[in-house]
Design a protein around this ligand. Sequence first.
Ligand SMILES: [Zn+2]
Length: 183
Amino acid sequence: MDKLTKAQRSDLMSRIHSGNTKPEWILRCALHRLGYRYTVNNRHLPGRPDLVLPKYRTAIFVHGCFWHQHPGCPSASSPSSNTAFWQAKFAKNVARDARNALTLRKQGWNVLVLWECELVKHTLGTIEHVLRHLECAAGTGSGTYDGGGTDTLTRLDLLHAAEDKVQYRIRRHAQRRASDKKL
Ligand SMILES: [Zn+2]
């Protein structure tokens, strides 16, 4: 069995927590590994949800705390210059997010909004939250996951699921961030 050892797990967690991952990848990878199928950035739906699971009639947004203004989050503070400009921009973003979510709900979609910082800091809890939500949306309520043959789910499974892509995407994302900062 390819269970993670304690050392591997803490290594993984430190990499997840390194701040150099795009948190959405963690979720995508975990869901995919668990057998859930989704489309990404569906341009036909309001707000282009990051993940759409048609079978569960669920649209998931993984909002960046800065651009979407995660309430009370340290990453959501306004830049110190051009404050009025940023605040107007943020207000527009927040209003647009609310409008999109409302439209989707009116169309019968379950809308789930996740924050990047939560996915990074509380990876397992957040993914479990998503899974419970999907289970609810499927109306099974049986405690099993309709995940393509996965009938039990443990935290270790989740960690393992998150591992691969996080590992190899970290470097690329870090490089991109570094080059963004240079601009
Ligand atoms: Zn946040």
